[in-house]
Design a protein around this ligand. Structure first.
Ligand code: FCB
Length: 502
């Protein structure tokens, strides 16, 4: 038989299988005797623990719009988005998803997807338009109505108090370079907990320290396919090392002060903790030595954020590396920063780095991402679903947090609506399934991961990418505000219904 014929027969068999047809093995393929055919394994599918919380996430600035309504004050992102050249597609978030007016429809979208938990953020400038002073009752009323609508729909609200939208009035007084901002944040956090904890039982304090501190106050350069890509966020500063380290310190101080304020004002039983994008080192090959190396690397990469929050001290390596530029702090600061939390939220999109063990004094060797390493649509989004297992595993071995939530995970994709009105986001389904496989491993091994929030419910304003990066399970036509669930929404609904990887 010629090689050509074999190839054609093979193509025919594959084509038939794709249409769900049983094809006879083409001539030339070995026949497997019946007794050595693989036997189906009896037992449960790749299930998650009972009560596992499935949810979706959004943030206020990215979806709400209505930026001048009902007394809302401007945030640093309003100001930044209106500066020419800052947002890739020249857009701003004045309208965004118009969620402020359409929140009831959006709650219904979640309900239809079988989502039982929702992580949203509250906009500081709706509550305190200038960051401090008299609260704005209309701003609070919006979140109160949203929470009621969620509860009526059987959806548990998880509120994030800071998702990067600092009041511009506080920026004008130094922003996160000032300790007063940390105090103002705690006052706002305590106020929100006092008002909402009759119905909101879990609060996330601050979202992703690195993103708003480092990217907002220095900016980062990523190398993508040999080219440098610059990423900057509001307020768009380029601070010196010593000032940047002080901003980092003020941000974790805000974390500790807000935990204390929430405890002082919330109803008994209210839980809180940060939602951070833990920079995760993944062992390139799973051996005890490489796992240890990944643990050391993860602890050091997070020295100025989760490590100091959960250990109450800066690591020796961090203090040595920052030297004369180290932040100025007191022992009392460290006690505040490490105020005990009830859980940690982990936002995980990719491994920060792969590592192997090394004789080098640091104890690990970073393995560079190969130039051909696959990635998702966003320039920064290298693919490594195993980070979804290693992030909670390493956080647990380092710090033993009582509970963990995956507070964000997802990907942008080149989603397009077909002529018949459907959005087949095959790559997002692939991404999601692979991430869930690794998360399921974490839960099977007994790690206390209590839930998973997909980023995001719907396409929205993706910071400096504007509307050009679609992260939603639901497609949004930003001209008409029409919402259309994508294939991935159907996948997610099925995973939730089965409480398993599907
Ligand atoms: C995270 C942010 C979130 C969104 C996703 C894609 O870093 O917390 O607001 O931008 O990335």
């Amino acid at each position: 038989m010629s090689a050509d014929l074999t190839k054609r027969d093979f193509a025919k068999a594959v084509g038939a299988a794709a249409l769900g047809m049983a094809a006879a093995p083409p001539a030339g393929f070995a026949q497997t005797p019946a007794e050595s055919q693989p036997k189906p394994v009896q037992g449960r599918a790749a299930s998650f623990p009972d009560g596992f919380a499935w949810g979706v996430a959004t943030s206020a600035f990215q979806i709400e719009g209505a930026v001048k309504e009902d007394g809302r004050g401007p945030s640093i992102w309003d100001v930044y988005a209106h500066k020419p050249g800052k947002i890739r597609d020249g857009s701003n978030a004045d309208v965004a998803n118009d969620h402020y007016h359409r929140y009831r429809d959006d709650v219904k979208l979640m309900q239809d997807m079988g989502v039982r938990n929702y992580r949203f953020s509250t906009a500081w400038t709706r509550i305190f338009p200038d960051g401090v002073g008299q609260p704005n009752a209309k701003g609070l009323d919006f979140y109160s109505r949203l929470v009621d609508a969620l509860l009526e729909a059987g959806i548990e609200p998880f509120a994030t108090l800071y998702h990067w939208d600092l009041p511009q009035a506080l920026q004008d007084k130094g922003g996160w370079q000032s300790r007063d901002t940390a105090k103002a944040f705690a006052d706002y956090a305590g106020y929100m907990a006092g008002k909402l904890s009759d119905r909101v039982k879990r609060f996330f304090t601050i979202n992703e320290f690195f993103s708003f501190v480092d990217i907002g106050h220095r900016g980062i350069d990523e190398t993508v396919g040999g080219k440098k890509v610059r990423i900057e966020f509001a307020p768009g500063l380029k601070l010196s090392n010593s000032r940047l380290n002080q901003v980092r310190h003020n941000a974790v101080l805000a974390q500790g002060l807000s935990v204390q304020a929430i405890r002082a004002n919330a109803e008994a039983g209210t839980k809180c903790g940060p939602a951070d994008n833990l920079a995760t080192a993944v062992p390139a090959i799973e051996t005890p030595a490489n796992i240890k190396a990944a643990e050391i690397a993860t602890r050091e990469m997070n020295a100025s954020y989760l490590t100091v929050i959960l250990e109450g001290k800066y690591t020796d390596a961090y203090l040595a590396a920052t030297g004369g530029d180290a932040p100025k702090f007191t022992d009392e600061d460290l006690r505040i920063i490490s105020s005990p939390v009830d859980f940690i939220g982990i936002n995980i999109y990719r491994p920060a780095v792969y590592v192997v063990a090394s004789e080098h004094p640091g104890g690990f060797r970073p393995v560079p991402f190969n130039r051909s390493h696959p990635r998702m649509l966003s320039t920064w989004h290298l693919l490594g679903p195993e980070a979804m297992y290693w992030a909670p595993r390493l956080a647990h071995s380092l710090w033993k947090p009582g509970e963990m939530y995956i507070t964000e995970n997802g990907c942008a994709a080149s989603d397009e609506m077909s002529a018949s009105g459907i959005v087949d986001d095959s790559d997002r389904v692939m991404f999601l399934r692979n991430n869930l496989v690794h998360l399921q491993r974490a839960t099977v091994e007994g790690l206390p991961v209590k839930g998973y929030f997909h980023w995001s419910l719907m396409d929205n304003f993706e910071w400096s990418d504007g509307f050009s990066s679609r992260f939603g399970l639901v497609y949004v036509d930003f001209k008409t505000q029409k919402r259309t669930p994508k294939l991935s929404a159907a996948y997610f609904r099925e995973a939730i219904a089965k409480n398993a990887v599907v």
